[in-house]
Design a protein around this ligand. Sequence first.
Ligand SMILES: NC(=O)c1ccc[n+]([C@@H]2O[C@H](COP(=O)([O-])OP(=O)(O)OC[C@H]3O[C@@H](n4cnc5c(N)ncnc54)[C@H](O)[C@@H]3O)[C@@H](O)[C@H]2O)c1
Length: 290
Amino acid sequence: MGTSTSTSMKRIGVVGSGIMGSGVAEVAAKSGFEVVLRSRTRDCADAMLTGLDASLARQVKKGRLEEDDAALVRGRVSAVTAVDELSACELVLESIVEDLAAKQDLFRELDRVCAPGAILATNTSTLPVVDMAMVTQRPDRVCGIHFFNPATAMSLVEVVPAITTSDATLDEARGFVAACGKTAVTVKDQAGFVVNALLFPYLNNAVRLFDAGVASRDDIDTAMKGGCNFPMGPLELLDLVGLDTSLAILDALYAEFRDANFAPAPLLRRMVAAERLGRKSGAGFYDYQR
Ligand SMILES: NC(=O)c1ccc[n+]([C@@H]2O[C@H](COP(=O)([O-])OP(=O)(O)OC[C@H]3O[C@@H](n4cnc5c(N)ncnc54)[C@H](O)[C@@H]3O)[C@@H](O)[C@H]2O)c1
């Protein structure tokens, strides 16, 4: 278990208890931070704590974590519903729905609640960080801190300074990432940063191939695993990311670059309309037992 040695921060906030919020909360707590996780409803907050308990229990069972350490990690996480309870956090990372208006509303609220020196960060995959910075009174203290899915397993984090972000904020954000045991790369505030700008045309084109009947779902995934040595096929990966989030990412990339490679495959939009969102909804390109 890590300790937060490369930063003076002790308490961080995470907003949103979906796939990414839950993962980041676990990573930060295992790295020694006190974590205040904010969900909109008590049910979601409780579900996040139940999920954390289950994840820690699995790691203890597999011998990857001592029982005492699991208890320490669990003791560091509190789940709240009021944004005001984030007021003592030195850094707050939002991980809510990939929707600019929703994120801007949240940044206004965080700006009101958090100490003036606190860093407000976004886990956005594609949205302009500057558009969140500029709704606050502290655009120099806002940046992107983009974890990957699953946050507990993936080593990379993209740190994204907006053009308003100060050098001190960037350094502190990178210190937080290092303290979480992750590798930071610094990337300009441009849609998709590095990883998604390269990954999403590929995922999008896999949906087009599938829709055109060029190969079956299983054969497309088998081809990319066997032919490129990728651990997952593109359709499996879309299900893991979430088709709604993937659609939002492609829409944002297309809005920024107007490049046809980013224009979402029509099938993707239809699947989201049908609420086939991937693993999180129980069905996407594949079916999952809930
Ligand atoms: N899924 C991925 O692979 C991945 C990877 C890296 C970053 N991200 C980014 O992380 C963020 C969250 O993605 P996720 O995959 O965890 O999504 P998710 O659908 O699992 O969770 C989204 C959370 O946002 C909450 N929410 C929805 N509307 C809201 C609103 N108006 N105000 C406050 N909360 C609201 C939901 O209740 C849910 O808890 C997005 O910005 C996404 O782009 C996702």
